[in-house]
Design a protein around this ligand. Structure first.
Ligand SMILES: [Zn+2]
Length: 314
């Protein structure tokens, strides 16, 4: 009996267009869906249609002034907001609301016990989005919204976020760096975009000790990443005892990815996921919400996600 996994998606996420040549493109989701259908994984999933997050939902993390700016600038036909790597079109705000809404619904369903695990397969991604600033293809921070909702609306005391996207999740770290109820752990290539995520960044004030960064050199590969996860991240999370595990699942550390030099194989994503699922089973009743972040080579993304979902449904 395979564990039921809810996969959130919505066709309108294909309408968000970051412009010609941008690697964060609709084809990512098209190729991924086709691969999951072809390999038979799709049939094992409970496919769920995302609903958009409301303004009040988004304001649990972002400022109203910032959200208004994203909405109005794209509605006016601008092609980026805040920084030249946060491109979009008239459909971008609706797409990011859907991705955030899916993450929030996943938290609600899982904490109500109607779902055991979920994969949020929408775009744009979210982990670079700050409280009041778009950057790095991201506009609203889906994983941060799910974590905050789990604490504030559903009464959890400890939530962990593990981010294995090849880029450091600056937005997520900054949102929770003073919050001891959310443990943020990241493996990322360093030096690399966005430049944050040094080992010395361990949280601030009451949140000191609940931020953990594992900067990894270019070329580090499967063994070094799995070792960092097993020897540094998992022991820390074991001590934290999270009641829910969230994953910022980026697949841009793949050896085929054009935006990194980290060189992970597809199988590495399966191994990391298995270790994370063991942790969730031990402390969090097996409850996992994984949220798609980056991954820009269509084949690398498809194979990496297939390995990830293969473990999450095991
Ligand atoms: Zn990334």
């Amino acid at each position: 009996m395979r564990a039921p996994l809810g996969l959130y998606t919505h066709p309108d996420c294909l309408l968000h267009d970051a412009g010609p040549g941008n690697p964060e493109r609709p084809e990512r989701l098209r190729a991924l869906t086709a691969h999951l259908e072809r390999t038979g994984i799709w049939q094992d999933l409970q496919i769920l249609k995302a609903q958009p997050a409301s303004a009040a939902d988004l304001e649990r993390v972002h400022t109203r002034e910032y959200l208004d700016r994203v909405e109005s600038q794209f509605a006016a036909g601008e092609d980026f907001v805040d920084s030249a790597d946060a491109n979009g079109n008239r459909e971008t705000f609706a797409a990011t609301r859907l991705a955030s809404g899916a993450a929030l619904d996943a938290a609600e369903q899982i904490l109500a016990g109607t779902l055991q695990r979920a994969f949020v397969m929408l775009r744009p991604p979210g982990h670079h989005a700050e409280v009041d600033r778009a950057m790095g293809f991201c506009f609203s921070n889906h994983v941060a919204l799910a974590a905050r909702s789990a604490i504030q609306q559903h009464g959890l005391e400890r939530v962990a976020i593990v981010d294995f996207d090849v880029h450091h999740g600056n937005g997520t770290q900054h949102i929770f760096e003073r919050d001891p109820s959310v443990f943020y752990a990241s493996l990322h290539q360093s030096p690399h975009y966005p430049g944050t995520g040094a080992k010395e960044e361990r949280g601030l004030g009451d949140g000191e000790g609940t931020t953990l960064n594992c900067p990894m050199p270019a070329g580090s590969g499967d063994g070094a990443w799995q070792a960092a996860l097993e020897e540094t991240v998992l022991p820390a999370l074991d001590g934290f005892e999270p009641q829910l595990l969230l994953i910022s699942a980026g697949f841009d550390a793949h050896q085929r990815d054009p935006l990194s030099e980290t060189l992970l194989t597809s199988e590495a994503f399966g191994r990391m996921t298995r270790s994370l699922l063991d942790l969730a089973k031990q402390h969090a009743k097996g409850r996992v919400i994984s949220i798609l972040e980056g991954g820009y080579d269509l084949e690398g993304l498809s194979e990496g996600v297939a390995a990830h979902l293969g473990e999450l449904t095991a």
